[in-house]
Write a protein that binds this ligand. Structure first.
Ligand code: SF4
Length: 331
């Protein structure tokens, strides 16, 4: 669709597990970890979509495929209408990397401890050859630091990462992503390692930037209230597949899929006031992606499961305007 900056169609990332000698001797095929297993997702220009799920749901892998850090093994990745699924090589990816940036969870790991803040933010501008001279480079770095809330920029430019607080380090990472003026930023749990007071400030920076620069944002998080605060739409991922997607309000306050209801009920800020219905709290953990259950992949943890759930995987079913749930109960 012309107004979508990103479109994922049946995206898959399967990692082969090399079988034991015994399996190979018997000619059994190698098993696979199905980290991402048929994700369909679109992001409009200037839109913020949150990808929500527990550890092991595959949300980080989706982000890494979009930023071309991991290669998809199936499906399609369309960016601005162009099929980028199989594009590899640094020269072919230069323009793509200019337009799609990633913010990592651990700012300290993401920053080179031997480089100053100026060099860290200037690095993508230099490597992608986006500036003509040093004057333009300085201007773009100052602009990015200022937009990320590091003011005055000159006060931070010559510091090293160890001289900054956790929140300031995350602002430097954001400035590095912003410096190239991307169309899409993938932010992987960007506030989960920060204190609560700093989290709110960093989220505000992202909200402001999105409004000022009309930049699309894929916000990856395990935290439903944070997703609701920042996103236009929320997609809930379970064991490598989107099980529910809709507006942030609908998913947070009117979830339809039993997994989303359980996530909502487990969240004190919104679960305490919610109509909890008959559904008990979520039990156990996401099963291994090497052993995806047959039928509905949520059925081993679903208190509402019935016989059909164990045999047939439900498709995405419309449950409201722009709201879909992959659950047989929605039929
Ligand atoms: Fe539960 Fe069945 Fe719905 Fe899956 S399809 S979420 S097992 S009720």
């Amino acid at each position: 669709m012309p107004d979508n900056i990103l479109c994922l169609e049946n995206l898959q990332v399967h990692f082969a597990i090399h079988g034991a000698l015994f399996d190979r001797a018997l000619g059994r095929p190698n098993a696979a970890v199905r980290a991402v297993d048929g994700v369909d997702l679109t992001i409009g220009r200037g839109e913020t979509v949150a990808l929500v799920g527990e550890s092991g749901s595959g949300k980080t892998t989706v982000g890494r495929v979009i930023t071309k850090l991991v290669q998809a093994t199936g499906g399609k990745l369309l960016f601005d209408g162009e099929d980028m699924t199989s594009v590899r090589g640094s020269s072919a990816l230069r323009s793509y990397r200019h337009r799609v940036q990633m913010i990592f969870q651990d700012a300290y790991q993401a920053l080179n401890p031997r480089h100053t803040v100026f060099d860290i933010v200037a690095e993508p501008l230099r490597s992608l050859r986006l500036v003509e001279d040093n004057r333009e480079l300085s201007e773009r770095v100052s602009e990015a630091l200022s937009a990320a809330g590091l003011n005055p920029p000159d006060e931070y430019a010559e510091r090293f990462p160890h001289e900054l607080s956790g929140g300031q380090r995350q602002r430097v990472v954001i400035a590095g992503a912003l410096a190239v003026k991307p169309d899409l930023i993938v932010a992987d749990e960007p506030v989960s390692m920060l204190d609560v007071s700093i989290r709110a400030q960093i989220l505000q920076v992202l909200v402001d930037l999105r409004q000022q620069q009309n930049m699309a944002l894929l916000f990856i998080t395990h935290d439903l209230p944070v997703a609701w605060l920042i996103a236009d739409r929320i997609a809930v991922l379970y064991l490598g597949r989107v099980v529910e997607i809709g507006s942030a309000d609908e998913i947070t306050f009117n979830p339809k899929h039993p997994y989303t209801v359980a996530l909502r009920n487990a969240t004190p800020q919104i679960g305490a006031n919610a109509n909890r219905g008959e559904l008990p709290d979520l039990q156990g953990e996401v099963p291994s992606a090497a052993r995806v259950p047959t039928g509905c992949r949520f059925h081993p943890r679903c208190p509402l499961a019935f016989s059909r759930c164990r045999k047939e995987e439900p498709p995405a079913i419309d449950v409201g305007p722009q709201h879909m749930s992959a659950c047989w109960l929605a039929e």
